[in-house]
Write a protein that binds this ligand. Structure first.
Ligand SMILES: Nc1ncnc2c1ncn2[C@@H]1O[C@H](COP(=O)(O)OP(=O)(O)OP(=O)(O)O)[C@@H](O)[C@H]1O
Ligand SMILES: [Mg+2]
Length: 205
């Protein structure tokens, strides 16, 4: 369906243990530009741990990852914990990646509207629901058109209609040329994926 682009996200033989418990035991896979790949696996299987390694929040005990430090600036993260800045409005949160990059602030209102939170841009995260925060965090992750997007359970707090809007934004980001990796338990997200990876017993087979 999509032409194979260059590899943007990759894990090669990645191992990671916490407190002597081995969570990732030789994980290898790649995601190319233009691809949307989902990562499934039971709660506690290591999906978040793997995303943390890929975006440089954590480091593997063995093995290598891309993006890697040279291209982290082109990598956007939508963490499971969302991580919106509580002292900024939703609009300001979404604009932040553009401001930090010294780029013109554009496309913020359109994204908020597409995700059904157009009227909430002037509110602070503490003044909106968790699902509304999640949609703002998605907007923030995609607004600067990253080359790589790592999204952890991006529809976890959304109703069906909001999830459809979120999935359509994620699919478009990949169609526009980004490599997109999404950890999710939701079938609606797997359905738009080019490939589904299953993390089980610390490996992706
Ligand atoms: N920093 C850490 N210190 C200690 N243990 C950790 C750490 N990070 C993850 N773990 C452990 O590693 C395992 C995998 O956790 P992880 O958060 O990656 O699971 P997950 O697949 O994302 O689950 P969920 O679907 O619930 O989000 C768990 O047993 C967790 O307790
Ligand atoms: Mg997780």
């Amino acid at each position: 369906m999509h032409s194979a682009g260059r590899v943007v996200i990759r894990a090669s033989g990645v191992h990671r243990a916490f407190g002597g418990v081995s969570v990732l035991r030789g994980v290898s896979f790649s995601v190319s530009a233009g691809e949307l790949v989902t990562l499934s696996g039971p709660s506690g299987s290591g999906k978040t741990a793997l995303l943390s390694l890929l975006c440089g929040f954590d480091f593997p005990d063995a093995g290598t990852v891309l993006p890697g430090s040279a291209s982290w600036s082109a990598c956007a993260v939508l963490p499971q914990s969302l991580g919106l800045a509580s002292e900024l409005t939703l609009e300001e949160n979404v604009a932040l990646p553009l401001r930090l990059a010294g780029r013109p602030v554009a496309g913020v209102a359109e994204l908020l509207a597409e995700l059904g939170i157009a009227g909430l841009g002037a509110r602070y995260p503490g003044q909106v629901s968790f699902g509304q925060q999640q949609r703002a965090a998605l907007a923030r992750a995609v607004v600067a058109r990253p080359a790589a997007l790592l999204a952890d359970e991006p529809t976890a707090h959304l109703d069906a209609a909001s999830a459809v809007a979120a999935v359509s934004v994620l699919r478009r980001v990949a169609d526009d040329g980004a490599a997109v990796l999404i950890a999710t338990h939701h079938e609606a997200v797997h359905e738009v994926a080019d490939r589904v990876l299953v993390l089980a017993d610390g490996r992706i087979d």
